[in-house]
Design a protein around this ligand. Structure first.
Ligand code: DON
Length: 319
């Protein structure tokens, strides 16, 4: 039952090999200037389009970094993977599969049509509908209690207390009518057990937590390590929950381009619209990247290029 034992198909790459690969991946991806910084959340438009940081955290606790790995940005959709893990840990595999689902939608992350096409089912926890449904199911007893549960759990994944970026939270709260509509639509199908507006508010706080590329690498390494944070030794979630989480990340972590990502890179990943990208090589490493220019699906261009290089040069593809 230990996901990290079974998934360890080869040895963890040597420190020096990881250092060299991170350096080359960083230099290659830095040449890419295509893509666009997200601006539908107004404050995100102010990000430095050339910012770029890359970090690999191995399951033995080693960190391998290049570029701006300590520049903070909001976690955004990457929080969905970790909120999902915390919910699976709290309520169990079957309940979550039933209520939130695990199938890819093949549509954009904030698609309303996807909900309508599936009888009001949110489909999976990586798209906004399923992520809001996930947050609404979290333990805590009230929106503030749910927020405390999430804040503590995501911080344990990172190995230190994460800070809420107030400016992002306010900017997104003023412009998240689409997410409010998604939650209201789920509510109309009888699929929200809490107040939809409050669920969106907790979800928006969750997305506004500040991380850096190093944090993402450590969070990914915790999923790679059967739920144990390799820096703190804290067992954040069980190995079974890691397996569930990695499965949905593989199926839909990069939205409508998840299939292509899996085909090219062969690893579960999760992107965020601020430019973060986390990738997990089970039993081996977590990869954290930050580069705000995104492709049309909302995934970091440099993050994908750097991660593809790392996966190939270190032989991380799980297939
Ligand atoms: O709900 C939203 O639209 C944002 N808080 C998160 C979206 C996101 O990160 C999609 N990513 N690539």
């Amino acid at each position: 039952t230990d996901v990290h034992q079974r998934a360890r198909t080869g040895p963890v790459p040597e420190d020096r090999a990881i250092d060299a690969a991170v350096d080359s991946a960083y230099r290659r991806a830095r040449d890419r200037h295509d893509g666009a910084v997200a601006d539908y959340i107004p404050v995100l438009a102010g990000a430095d389009p050339d910012a770029f940081g890359l970090c690999v955290a191995d399951v033995d606790g080693g960190l391998h970094e290049a570029g701006q790995t300590r520049v903070p940005f909001s976690i955004q959709s990457i929080s969905k993977a970790f909120a999902y893990a915390l919910l699976c840990e709290a309520v169990g595999h079957h309940e979550v599969r039933e209520l939130v689902g695990v199938n890819s939608t093949g549509l954009a992350f904030n698609s309303v049509i996807a909900i309508e096409m599936n009888d009001g089912h949110p489909m999976n926890p990586m798209v906004n509908a399923g992520a809001i449904a996930t947050t609404a199911l979290l333990p805590g007893g009230s929106p503030d209690g749910q927020w405390r549960f999430l804040h503590e759990g995501l911080s344990r994944f990172a190995g230190h207390e994460l800070i809420l970026d107030d400016e992002v939270y306010r900017s997104e709260s003023g412009t998240n009518q689409r997410n409010q509509a998604i939650a209201a639509l789920l509510h109309s199908y009888g699929r929200m057990r809490t107040d939809p507006a409050e669920a969106v508010d907790v979800y928006t706080r969750q997305c506004s937590l500040r991380v850096d590329a190093r944090d993402l690498a450590v969070m990914g390494a915790t999923l790679a390590d059967g739920g144990v944070n390799p820096l703190t030794g804290d067992q954040v979630v069980s190995a079974d929950v890691c397996r569930d989480t990695l499965a949905v990340m593989a199926a839909s972590g990069l939205y409508q381009t998840s299939g292509e990502w899996l085909f090219e890179i062969g690893l579960p990943g999760k992107s965020g619209v601020a430019g973060g990208l986390v990738t997990v090589a089970p039993g081996k490493v977590g990869i954290g990247a930050y580069a705000p220019r995104l492709d049309a699906a909302g995934n970091s261009v440099r993050g994908q290029v750097a991660t593809a290089y790392l996966a190939r040069s270190l032989g991380l593809n799980i297939f």
